[in-house]
Design a protein around this ligand. Sequence first.
Ligand SMILES: CC(C)(COP(=O)(O)OP(=O)(O)OC[C@H]1O[C@@H](n2cnc3c(N)ncnc32)[C@H](O)[C@@H]1OP(=O)(O)O)[C@@H](O)C(=O)NCCC(=O)NCCS
Length: 166
Amino acid sequence: MADPPPGLVIRAATSSDVPALCALANDPGYRWGTLRLPYQSPEQTARWFSELGVDDHLLVAVLDGEVVGNGGLHRQRGRRAHVAILGMGVRDAVRRRGIGAALLTALIDFADNWLGLKRLELTVFVDNQPAIALYERHGFVREGVLVAYAFRAGQFVDALAMGRVR
Ligand SMILES: CC(C)(COP(=O)(O)OP(=O)(O)OC[C@H]1O[C@@H](n2cnc3c(N)ncnc32)[C@H](O)[C@@H]1OP(=O)(O)O)[C@@H](O)C(=O)NCCC(=O)NCCS
């Protein structure tokens, strides 16, 4: 697996990252792989950020002082308190440089070694081969297909449910 770029820092996201998180959400490739809508405003991103709670852990990847990716663990409650839903993405301009792998490694370490979670789960569009390959390299397996999971660029798209149980 590729080493992360020298100087890459993974840290907690803060409210001062909102403009950079908005820019990330507006990257066409990021939008294609996630559930973001086009034309996301900084105000919408700020509202989303302010609604994150104590069980939402949002990390950013920073390269040369710029936020180039984000990843979140969203821990569930009650009888699913052993589970977190995972989401992540990297800026279009810096893909395939090891940033996604570094973010996912940090999220898994957080989940396994600090939160003591048993199960991580996510959904990924069936045609998002880069993300599926990344998740499979980190121990996620395909658990099922969610038909017409989301609308994307004029079409309904299926998603894979993936999980990693330890
Ligand atoms: C999926 C994503 C996070 C990967 O980030 P990245 O920084 O480009 O990935 P990395 O460079 O760390 O690559 C790690 C591994 O992912 C896989 N991968 C990444 N890009 C790939 C590609 N274009 N084709 C095939 N495999 C790919 C490979 O297994 C790779 O390991 P390798 O380089 O040793 O072969 C990135 O493509 C992205 O942000 N996409 C848009 C948003 C998105 O789809 N998020 C996931 C939502 S479920």
